[in-house]
Design a protein around this ligand. Sequence first.
Ligand code: GSH
Length: 216
Amino acid sequence: MKLYTSKFSPNCRRVEAVLHHLGLYEEVDIRRPNMMEGEHRSDEMRAVNPNMKVPTLVAGDMNLWEANPTMIYLCDRAGAEEFCPSDLKGRFEILRWMSWEVQHYNRALGDILWETVAKGLFGGGDPDQNKIDAALEEYRRFAAVLEDQLAGRDFVLGDKVTVADFAVGAYSALAMFPGSQVPLDDYPAIKAWYLRLESLPSWAKTAPESMAEAAQ
Ligand SMILES: N[C@@H](CCC(=O)N[C@@H](CS)C(=O)NCC(=O)O)C(=O)O
């Protein structure tokens, strides 16, 4: 398998973490196009992903893009039943939380973090507090849902980590940055859950060592 990926991208991090979790990382040829130099907008990338985005995984005759279905593919390929249940109810739960994080939780988080953390790094200008405030309102709405879900649970679906945690937690490393403006202290169950996720070897291994390194 070959993975086009980037150290800065939360969408890439979740796929790389799944590869570590499943013990598949060493089987993968890792390619890191320099995003700052636009290397991902190449003919090579276009041939495997018309969006020219990372993560993109090439597995045999399949070109896989979109992080969440790529993660599920890897789990199913590895037969990781506990990490990614395939029974009717379990698979529905995985898909539900993956869909929810893309549409709601991480969308709001991403909007905040773009303004407060990433924009400056990518030369996007000063943070727009009006946009941050609007995104914070959305964040609070959906953070309340996650906070309730995590009451009495160590992970999103229960006592054991699943691929849904890697999806829902994908953007949260940046929320821990000073100055992120994400009000994690108001959501103790979310904060405790995210620290639990950070303590997993597979998740910890994919943490960018520094923003400067990650931006390369
Ligand atoms: N929905 C996609 C998002 C992929 C995505 O937006 N990747 C970003 C990095 S996080 C990227 O490649 N950006 C470069 C570009 O759009 O030119 C997924 O889940 O994989």
